[in-house]
Design a protein around this ligand. Structure first.
Ligand code: FAD
Length: 382
């Protein structure tokens, strides 16, 4: 009989389950879906042989030594560097906006120092303390780059005007004044050779772990265990009794072709008239494999309705208030901790998810050994 249950077989649930099983506990891992790995799920397409990322492309990248070394026991990471392109205003450019993008966009041959001066001359310095995404962009990149690379994409991604979004969404200076087009700055970057699902299956392959797929857990089930780690939606646990926390969801339109469809893994579309935000061609996520045919997905972002898969938490002022109310309710519950991207209503990269799961398991074991109460949250969501 399982002592602990993790709700969700994504990275949060699987890592916690593994660590507790290693410590000698019996753990049930439940997921409503018919597969493990949560939103990182990958599966091989039977027609083309391409490894597909079912819930959108996932690239592993981290600076966290503990997470990187932990994962080495469960997969072999293959070299992969994320290089994204964008189609906007009738041209293809390199992302993140870098010196090549700037020189091609303005038809110049600027050096790093010249480009910095050139962009500073275009920036709207009258905006002293940017409050919105739009002000932040105009303050740091000027109107031309903002219109081409940030405005349309952001409108499509978030379904609102950039003037309605907080400045914090855009990093301080989202430009590079060199030719580095590696999307991530992290020390480690790669793709699990056999996909994320094989990695998670290996994490869950332990005699102390029982995986129950197609199994929805509810608040009423919590009493069956000494402790539950809930990586499902926080509002869903309470049957949405205070309302729904806002998310963006994604629709994927499949495109099949022979050969190479777009020549890169990810092509963004910056123009507002193009209804999708990007097209990802999944065979390019496994550059060590060869496939004659190809499978791509055009990605459409929209408001998440009941029954949709929640992808990106919105976290504007209204959602923050509702989140605080749900957090207060959660703190009154017993024998349950809320973890992961849905349980804490935050966007979390995989490495952060895994780091937090390792930390939660470690702290749970220490508190349990001391007979001390276990908190509802190991990481503050608000
Ligand atoms: C489009 C997109 C692209 C991303 N790309 C990257 C990337 O390139 N690199 C990166 O590092 N990160 C990326 N991420 C983030 C990554 O997906 C998360 O870090 C990761 O999925 C978090 O794992 P989790 O276990 O917390 O949640 P999930 O993977 O969502 O797992 C939660 C699981 O709980 C299950 N569940 C929910 N409620 C119940 C219930 N009541 N009973 C039973 N089961 C339940 C769900 O079915 C789900 O399988 C991306 C995220 C998105 C949205």
């Amino acid at each position: 009989m399982a002592e602990v249950c993790t709700v969700g077989a994504g990275f949060s649930g699987a890592v916690i389950a593994r660590q507790l099983a290693e410590a000698g506990l019996a753990v049930a891992v439940c997921d409503t879906r018919d597969h493990v790995a949560g939103n990182c799920h990958t599966e091989r397409d039977t027609a083309s042989g391409v490894m597909l990322h079912r819930y959108g492309p996932h690239i592993f990248h981290t600076d966290n030594e503990r997470v990187w070394s932990f994962l080495q026991d469960y997969t072999q990471f293959m070299p992969y560097t994320n290089r994204v392109k964008t189609t906007t205003q009738g041209h293809v450019y390199s992302l993140p906006v870098n010196l090549l993008t700037i020189n091609q966009f303005f038809g110049t041959t600027l050096s790093p120092a010249e480009a910095r001066e050139f962009i500073e001359a275009r920036a709207d310095l009258s905006i002293e303390d940017p409050q919105t995404f739009e002000e932040q962009a105009l303050r740091f990149v000027g109107p031309e780059l903002y219109e081409a690379f940030f405005k349309g994409y952001t409108q499509k991604q978030w379904g609102c005007e950039p003037a309605e979004l907080p400045a914090s969404i855009l990093k301080r200076l989202p430009l590079r004044f060199n030719y580095d087009d590696n999307y991530f700055f992290h020390k480690y970057q790669g793709m699990p050779r056999d996909g994320y699902t094989a990695l998670v299956e290996k994490l869950l392959d332990h005699p102390g772990i029982e995986v129950r797929l197609g199994t929805a857990v509810t608040r009423a089930d919590v009493a069956n265990y000494q402790h539950v780690f809930w990586s499902g939606p926080l509002d869903g646990y309470f049957d949405f009794r205070l309302g729904r926390l806002g998310y963006r969801t994604l629709d994927f339109r499949e495109i099949r072709a022979s050969g190479d469809y777009q020549g890169c893994a990810v092509m963004n579309y910056g123009d507002p008239e193009v209804p999708y935000t990007r097209i990802s061609e999944h065979k390019h996520f496994s550059p060590w494999e060869e496939h004659a045919n190809t499978v791509c997905f055009a990605e459409y972002s929209r408001a998440c309705e009941p029954g949709d898969i929640p992808y990106y938490p919105i976290r504007l002022a209204g959602e923050q208030a509702l989140l605080r109310d749900y957090v207060a309710l959660a703190r009154d519950e017993s024998n349950i901790s809320f973890v992961g991207r849905l349980g804490t209503y935050r966007y979390l990269d995989m490495d952060v998810t895994i780091a937090e799961a390792l930390d939660a398991a470690e702290r749970f074991l220490a508190l349990r050994a001391a007979g001390a109460p276990v908190p509802a949250f190991f990481t503050e969501p608000a």
